[in-house]
Structures are given as C-alpha cells and as structure tokens.
Ligand binder design. Structure first.
Ligand code: 6AU
Length: 271
C-alpha cells in the first residue's frame, strides 16, 4: 500500500483535520505509534497509568463510562497530562445510533465527550447520518472521528462488504472530520484511494504475550499489525496496564511496546 511507504511526518501534508495533524506530529516527534488503552475501574487508577506510560505513547484511549469515580476534575487532569506529556486523547465511545442521538451523546450528559476528547469512534451501521451528527458537534472543535471498519474480536460481522462500504462512507463524507479507521488491515485499498487521500489505520488486539482472552479478543504482535497489515497506530490495553510487577513494570512494558512498534514502522519504511 503506497501510504505505508511514506513516513508519518510526510503524511501531514495530506491532512486538514487538526487532530490528524497533531497525531502525525506527535508520532514523529516522540518516535511512537503506540496508543495505550486505560480500561481500569477508576479514574484515579487511570491517571496513575497515564503518568507511567505517557512519555511512551502518541495517544491515550479511554472508556470514560467504565470509571465509577468520573468527575470533571479527572478530565481536567487528563487534559493537563496530555499537554505535559504530549499525547492525544481518544475516547473509545463507539457511537452507534442515529445522527440526532449521537450528537446529544457526544456533546452532553455527564461525560461531555466532545469538550475534551481529541478523537472518538463510531460504527457505520446506522449509515452516514452518524457522521453528520457527530461532525456537527466535533468538527468546529477540530476533533477527529474514526469509523470501525473491522474488529479484532472473533466472529465479528464487520467484514467483507460491510468493511468496504464503511470505507466508502468515510470517503463520501470527506476528510475534514473522518480521519481514519479502526481496522485490522489497510481498508483504504490502494486501488480505491484518490490522489492525496490518506487515512490513519489504528489496530487494537495487540499483545506480545497472550494470543487472546476468554471473551473473543484476538491478539497479534506489533510487527504483524504494522509490517504485515500496514497499521499506523497500535492500541494496547491489558498487555501494558495489566502487567505484573508494579509501577516500574508498567513503564517498562509501555517502552517495550513503543520500541517494537517503532522498529516495525522503520522496517516497513525499508530503513
Ligand atoms: O488490549 P486489550 O484487549 O486489553 O484492549 C483493547 C482495547 C479495548 C477495546 O474496547 C478496544 O481496544 N477495541 C476496539 C477499539 C479501539 O475500538 C475495537 C476492536 O475491534 N477491538 C478492541 O479491542 O479498549
């Protein structure tokens, strides 16, 4: 795929969305294509993980509805850390409703996601109205959206024609708000992209140890994702925050994944 042969820094010129540009700049500056998913029970623990891994990542991914102690103060601190440690915040909300509903879910409620998350994601199943509903809120704020074109879990229905139509939906929406995909492969097929079109492919289901969990998750190595499948960002959760051995072990594990991800990226570029 042509995009995978171009360095992150040189792909900035293909983007207009401020979040896409910021992600590519951070990846280049910090030499990291690692996103850490902090799926822990409390906001307090999440901040502890973020302080440990922040220097090694381009992105911190949250599921803010998991935290039993969610408060605006948590968001304030997360945003402060994102500036101090130089990363983008991705709320993995997986919106999946009609445009009107998702625009309310994105802007309002307890979480007010659009006010703090640089990036969020959505399923394509409702049709293009979901993009329009989210864009109405997020685009004026410079936020970005990823569509789920494929999933890492066993038996996923997001395959074949669904994946292709998801790509087409993003393409039809234009590239000011939809900046890429959650996928296991380059879904922006080389024969389908237009001149100057560039998408960020982010792949979850990454682990250097286990091959999966008991609930259908499936893991591949950073090299399999980045070299074999052309992913731009690798997303790691339990493989990092779940490592045994305390604070230093989590720091070291994040650094290990950063190095693996970056080495794979350099291999792909032919360095
Ligand atoms: O590394 P894990 O298995 O502990 O965590 C993977 C994280 C979780 C999932 O909600 C998320 O990645 N995820 C997603 C995303 C990012 O949208 C899609 C998918 O197909 N598989 C997946 O695991 O927070």
């Amino acid at each position: 795929h042509p995009t995978t042969l171009i360095p992150y820094s040189e792909r900035i010129k293909f983007h207009t969305n401020p979040t896409a540009i910021k992600i590519l700049e951070i990846m280049d500056r910090k030499k990291t294509n690692l996103a850490v998913s902090v799926d822990v029970n409390t906001a307090k623990e999440a901040l502890e993980v973020v302080r440990r891994v922040g220097a090694s990542v381009c992105m911190v991914k949250t599921h803010c509805d998991i935290f039993e102690d969610f408060t605006p103060a948590f968001i304030e601190e997360l945003v402060r850390l994102s500036k101090e440690l130089d990363f983008v915040i991705f709320e993995d909300r997986k919106f999946a409703d009609i445009g009107n509903t998702v625009s309310l879910q994105y802007s309002s409620g307890v979480h007010k996601i659009a006010s703090w998350a640089d990036l969020t994601n959505a399923h394509s199943v409702p049709g293009p109205g979901i993009i329009a509903g989210l864009a109405k809120i997020g685009q004026p704020l410079g936020r970005g959206l990823l569509l789920l074109a494929e999933m890492s879990s066993a038996g996923s229905l997001a395959v074949g024609g669904y994946t292709e139509q998801t790509f087409k939906m993003a393409q039809d929406a234009g590239r000011d708000f939809v900046i890429g995909f959650i996928a296991q492969d380059r879904v922006d097929r080389a024969d389908k992209i237009k001149e100057g079109e560039d998408y960020l492919i982010m792949s979850p289901g990454v682990g250097l140890g286990k091959k999966g969990d008991s609930l259908g998750q499936q893991y591949r190595t950073p090299r399999e994702c980045v070299v074999d499948s052309g992913a731009d960002v690798i997303i790691v959760g339990r493989g990092i925050y779940g490592v045994e051995g305390g604070e230093q072990a989590v720091r070291d594990e994040a650094e290990r994944y950063r190095q693996e991800g970056w080495k794979a990226y350099e291999e792909r570029l032919g360095k």
